[in-house]
Design a protein around this ligand. Structure first.
Ligand code: MUC
Ligand code: MG
Length: 382
């Protein structure tokens, strides 16, 4: 039996290419928890657990993710069967409540190790890829309409993206709608425009917001109201033509079932980290499919590592009605993989090697490692 010998974690703090302005925080750095699992036969697997804006996005932080893995998950898994990813998932669920991102980081490393030992990509462990590349959106979040328009025009020109998610919710609703209108007008039919409010609106604000957004040609609104207001999400979903997408409200299969049963969204933003790993994300996908909802591959702005893991899973999903936003590594000022993921022709290519199909550049990991010589400030927010 191949057993789990060692689980190591490190936090890397990598600067972003520009300030990423969200309703709850402005990111200038992305902090990712990288996991390396060493197995008894000498093989290894790597994983990533990442959140957004410290503790401003969800109840897990980079520091809590690392601490949960080091203190509770690693000691429990050492010595157990390295080939039984399901066994590890059950053990983690038994010993650790919540903390889905921490569990996802370890689970990804276990799938990676298993795929490498079997010499197959992780997509094959989920039944096989049906896509070799997937459409990929870009987020416009500089905080300035003119800068966003220039940025969008550049990436359309270079055929990198023609789907844009605009981050709104920080300014008054009327100003946000005007900002979206300006960008839609400048880009015209060359682009699909969607917005993410990151829970910032009350129901009353959201009613005005959705009305205004659909009038200016925006196609979708993500998480307009707080995650716990599923009734408000249901009212907005049935009350307007514009598609409503669930993000923060969707933490694993149980939430997916509740959102589907309550008709609280038209679309699921499926996030591997938020779901609790690749297995749980595949269950969220299955619930969305069974309920006839639209699917979208979401991101926690992971580095290339976590992004590649997500690509392995989403390459197996036949219909991703709204595409993906798996652009995380492009928001970072530096690459921590030895070979970058490839973005071209408005798509991201699925890595084809064994496991999740990517390797870390160890020098870069050492360079950006928290506590290392070049350590950046932990979380840089406004
Ligand atoms: C979110 O809330 O969806 C995903 C893309 C992006 O720019 O921010 C995230 C988080
Ligand atoms: Mg979102």
């Amino acid at each position: 039996m191949t057993t789990i010998d060692k689980i190591e974690t490190v936090i890397v703090d990598v600067p972003t290419i520009r300030g990423h302005v969200l309703s709850m925080a402005t990111m200038k750095t992305q902090s990712a928890v990288l996991v390396r699992v060493r197995f008894s036969d000498g093989s290894e697997g790597i994983g990533e657990g990442t959140t957004i804006g410290g503790l401003s996005y969800c109840p897990e932080s980079p520091e809590s993710i690392q601490s949960v893995i080091d203190t509770y998950i690693a000691p429990a898994l050492i010595g157990s069967d390295g080939d039984s990813v399901n066994g590890a998932i059950h053990l983690m669920d038994k010993l650790v409540q919540g903390n889905r991102i921490a569990k996802a980081a370890v689970e990804i490393a276990l799938w990676d190790g298993l795929g490498k030992r079997l010499n197959v990509p992780v997509s094959q462990l989920f039944g096989g890829a049906v896509h070799s590349r997937l459409p990929v959106a870009w987020t416009l979040a500089s905080g300035n309409s003119e800068t966003d328009i220039t940025e969008a025009q550049q990436v359309i020109e270079s055929k990198r993206h023609n789907i844009f998610k605009l981050k709104i919710g920080k300014r008054p609703v009327r100003e946000d709608v005007a900002h979206v209108a300006k960008i839609k007008q400048a880009l015209g039919d060359a682009a699909s425009i969607r917005v993410d409010v990151n829970q910032a609106w009350s129901l009353a604000e959201a009613r005005w917001g959705l009305k205004g957004l659909q009038e200016v040609g925006c196609e979708l609104v993500e998480q307009p109201v707080p995650a716990r207001y599923r009734g408000a999400m249901a009212e907005l979903t049935s009350g307007y033509e514009i598609a409503v997408m669930a993000d923060e409200t969707l933490n694993g299969p149980e939430d997916a079932l509740a959102v589907a049963a309550g008709k609280s969204a038209d679309v699921f933003a499926v996030k591997v980290a938020q779901s609790g790993g690749l297995r749980r994300a595949s269950e969220v996908i299955a619930i969305g499919q069974a309920a006839g909802l639209g699917l979208y591959a979401g991101t926690m702005l992971e580095t290339g590592l976590g992004t590649a893991a997500a690509l392995q899973l989403f390459s197996t999903v036949e219909k991703l009605d709204w595409g993906t936003e798996l652009f995380g590594p492009l928001l970072l000022n530096d690459e921590i993989l030895s070979d970058s993921l490839r973005y071209r022709d408005f798509c991201v290519e699925i890595p084809s090697g064994p496991g999740i199909g990517v390797a870390l550049d160890q020098d870069k990991v050492d360079f950006y490692r928290r506590g290392g010589k070049k350590s950046l400030k932990a979380v840089s927010m406004k």
